[in-house]
Design a protein around this ligand. Structure first.
Ligand code: FCB
Length: 454
């Protein structure tokens, strides 16, 4: 496959997130985020590390931008660390934080790389978590205020905005399973966090539109292709539940203005939503967006099982604890995520059916593998090349099938701090030596550069 198999104007970019790459967590007036706190909880992170230094991108952004320019990317999706802009989640923006992202955006534009900014890729100011975090409606209002300040100060150099990254993870890994910051295990109450995140999206969208009418605004959901393991009724119900909580619980409010009743019922949250998710909230959440971002990594094959006992670890699928996720034997990446490129077409189609005119972008897709640096200092990662190639082909298939897919972003530009996995999982097409901060393009990066020129 060649780049010319994709339509003219199709955007090929790469993505990162602030806490995973920036480091410099205590510099220039940045406040603590929930991840600074969570990474210090014993046992929370597989290798016991933090993002204090990460890729030191805060001091090396010029080099990283040059690298993206050299590789030939059209666009770069980065995220803005809210606590760099408002240390406590409120008030006058911190000039040093704004200046950092302004320099970043300007240097990208100089290299012909379009900046795409995500406003929230999980680093909630700790001060807001101390007041209840996303369980509190007020956090959504604070988020809108932050969105306004950022758009006001950076809207001349950034046009493409993503409000949230993967609210499913923020709500259900953050407040149900506790695998992510803030590490709470509240069962179905985590769904209240999901509603406030979505309300935050709606209010931020409004703020961006008011502040910068020329902005293009979307949001990013992590979607999975979900299918039942067998043809029993129980397995069909398991698939309905997991598709419900992972996909429809976010797609429906954003694209249709309602929450799926069956999912509220699974969660036992019908009453709370009837009282708190008002028509006004849903009108805001479903206000027209310019595009939908989808992060696609894998598919889920699910079956019905028995309800786990009281000592079972907290689930990321409250109300559906009996669902079993089946390993089908298909190849997986180092994360254990099944490789299923066709699933990317499935999730694009699912979104498209709800909003036929809405442009779609894959805002993340990529793979972790245990890379080795060979004696010549090269990193040969053929499995990642295969993974990326197969997903570029899926992107072409989606376009050929008439789906309005307009771009694709590789996760990730460079190896970085992979949340609960710390530095033990490498997703980059560029290798990072964490002792020296040396960046070395892997074979996959050279493959991508050739692809972009082809
Ligand atoms: C996504 C996150 C991103 C990265 C990839 C591997 O869920 O948005 O930050 O961790 O997974």
């Amino acid at each position: 496959m060649r780049r010319s198999d994709l339509p003219d104007g199709f955007v090929v970019g790469t993505a990162t997130a602030s806490y995973q790459i920036e480091g410099a967590t205590r510099e220039d007036g940045r406040g603590d985020s929930i991840w600074d706190t969570f990474a210090r909880v014993p046992g929370a992170i597989a290798d016991g590390t933090t993002g204090d230094v990460a890729d030191d991108h805060y001091h090396r952004s010029a080099e990283d931008v040059a690298l993206m320019g050299d590789l030939g990317f059209d666009a770069y999706r980065f995220s803005i660390a809210w606590p760099r802009i408002q240390a406590d989640g409120r008030g006058t923006p911190n000039k040093a934080g704004i200046d950092f992202y302004r320099r970043l955006a300007e240097s990208l534009l100089e290299r012909g790389v379009t900046p795409w900014a995500t406003l929230y890729h999980w680093d909630l100011p700790q001060a807001l978590e101390d007041r209840g975090g996303w369980l509190e409606r007020d956090t959504a209002l604070r988020f809108a205020d932050y969105a306004h300040e950022v758009a006001d100060r950076l809207g001349d150099v950034v046009t493409d905005w993503i409000t949230l990254n993967e609210p499913w993870c923020s709500a259900f890994l953050g407040y149900a399973s506790g695998h992510h910051a803030p590490g709470r295990t509240l069962g179905s109450r985590s769904a209240h966090a999901a509603h406030h995140l979505l309300l935050g999206h709606g209010l931020a969208l409004e703020a961006l539109r008011d502040t910068r009418p020329e902005a293009r605004v979307g949001t990013t959901l992590n979607l999975y292709s979900v299918r039942p393991a067998g043809d029993s009724e129980g397995d069909a119900d398991a698939a309905r539940r997991i598709d419900g909580l992972s996909n429809r619980f976010f797609l429906d409010p954003v694209l249709r203005g309602s929450y799926p009743a069956d999912v509220l019922d699974d969660l036992g949250e019908t009453e709370w939503f009837a009282e708190n998710a008002t028509d006004d909230d849903l009108r805001r959440i479903s206000a027209p967006i310019d595009f939908l971002g989808i992060n696609y990594y894998s598919r889920h094959t699910v079956a019905s099982g028995s309800v786990p006992g009281p000592d079972a670890p907290a689930s990321a699928y409250p109300g559906s604890e009996h669902v079993r996720f089946i390993q089908t034997g298909a190849p997986v990446t180092q994360m254990g995520w099944e490789i299923h490129p066709d699933g990317m077409v499935d999730v694009l189609r699912q979104a498209h059916e709800l909003a036929p005119d809405l442009p779609l972008y894959i805002t993340e897709n990529g793979a972790a593998y245990p890379d080795r640096v060979d004696a010549d200092g090269e990193i040969d990662d053929p499995a990642r090349v295969d993974y990326l190639q197969a997903h570029f082909e899926a992107a072409r298939d989606a376009v050929d099938a008439g789906l309005p897919l307009q771009g694709y972003f590789i996760w990730s530009l460079m190896d970085n701090w992979e949340w609960a996995w710390g530095y033990s999982r490498r997703f980059g097409i560029v290798h990072v030596d964490y002792d020296t901060q040396k960046r070395t393009p892997k074979r996959s990066a050279r493959w991508v550069a050739d692809f972009l020129r082809s």
